[in-house]
Unconditional design. Structure first.
Length: 142
């Protein structure tokens, strides 16, 4: 069966996320900063009577921080905790054929850590990413 992927833009790059990692997509309200949290933790936000840890995806990937105005997020659950992964934009959900990363593909910075494969949509290659790999180690332990 062909997997279903959510197409998003993170740090200006189109990516594909296996929908089995996606709990929901939301527009966040107020994000409250957490003192002494890792730099990739933007803060906490209330979401449907629960609190989620908001991840600044750009910072987590070793890139420029995600814009402070960013409120669109993908909610994922890792080890029983909900996280809001900030994104630049969300596009579509579609079935795509996943292929492994070829040995000739070089990914820089955090992309090398989160990239797990490739898909092609309308002739454009998109990196398949693992949302759990974006999470800062200290955030998971919190």
């Amino acid at each position: 069966m062909t997997p279903l992927f959510l197409i998003a833009h993170i740090a200006g790059r189109g990516v594909a996320i296996d929908t089995t990692q996606v709990d929901s997509v939301v527009d966040l309200g107020e994000i409250v900063a957490v003192p002494c949290a890792p730099g990739a933790v933007r803060g906490l936000a209330a979401l449907r009577s629960r609190v989620v840890t908001v991840i600044d995806t750009g910072t987590a990937l070793g890139l420029s921080a995600t814009a402070t105005s960013a409120k669109r997020a993908i909610i994922t659950r890792v080890d029983g905790h909900h996280y809001a992964i900030l994104v630049d934009a969300l596009e579509d959900v579609t079935m795509l054929e996943r292929v492994p990363l070829s040995s000739g593909v070089t990914l820089d910075r955090g992309w090398a850590t989160v990239g797990t494969g490739m898909v092609e949509r309308d002739g454009e290659p998109l990196l398949v990413i693992d949302l759990a790999a974006i999470l800062p180690t200290l955030a998971i332990a919190a």
